[in-house]
Design a protein around this ligand. Sequence first.
Ligand code: ATR
Length: 279
Amino acid sequence: MAEHERAACVIGWPVEHSRSPLIHKYWLAKYGIAGDYRREAVTAEDFPAFVRDLAARGYVGANVTLPHKEAALAVSEPDAQAQAVGAANTLWLENGRLRSTNTDVEGFLGNLDACVPGWDRGLRTAVVLGAGGAARAAVYGLRARNVGRIFVVNRTLEKAEALRAAFGERVYPHPWSRLAEALAPAGLLVNTTSLGMRGQPPLEIDIAPLGSRAVVCDLVYSPLRTALLAQAESHGLRTADGLGMLLHQAVRGFSLWFGMTPEVTPDLRALVERDLAGH
Ligand code: ATR
């Protein structure tokens, strides 16, 4: 690495599957920035020491993936977004201080903005399936866009109730058995569970109760066209897929580390799609 080059990395265990290097290296090349982006396989035990020495290792920042997203919060100064979500996926150095944020929120919102412009205009009711980390990011984003009611439908009701405790009265916890009732008034359905992901059980729900103007968003991107999105399209509903969110969540990290805001383009999407198809 040349002295003047800025470098960032993705820290995970395992980290091989991460598409972040593909995305950030594409932008570095596209914008002619002399920088680098690498994978760093780091165990949970070694994680705190690794990020403490981030600058000494030659990094201006990092993405953090499984299993370090909660630990990242504890070893850095998180912004309000990361704090509310309870996990951080992006680290950067600010005047020698290690800061963190959670860009899944911007990824979720930015992808919807790009796929369905105006999706949040007058949106009164949304349904979020799942109550894990991804659901927390989605609920945070929906609250930021002033969605009136957010039904959180989850297998484990206590986890949905925890989201209400964290995000307030606009969150309505629902058991899976009341899904149809929640869908009827909803203008947006978001799947944040792992159901429908390659190697996981299918997501078997009937979205017929959704109105004809509803939008369906799946955070799963492998496969890209999930059964949920196929069902939504067969009903003529507008959709946003998980790959879009993956690309949009990368924007803020790149801009924090390399000083310019990159664009999510069809070319970049095609590149990552080809890579996903090969695995
Ligand atoms: P993430 O951080 O990606 O959101 P997570 O925190 O492990 O991952 O959350 C996974 C979500 O998928 C949870 O809402 C989980 O439901 P539970 O809270 O009941 O565990 C949901 N999920 C995973 N497997 C499921 C299954 N077989 N049936 C129903 N929900 C499932």
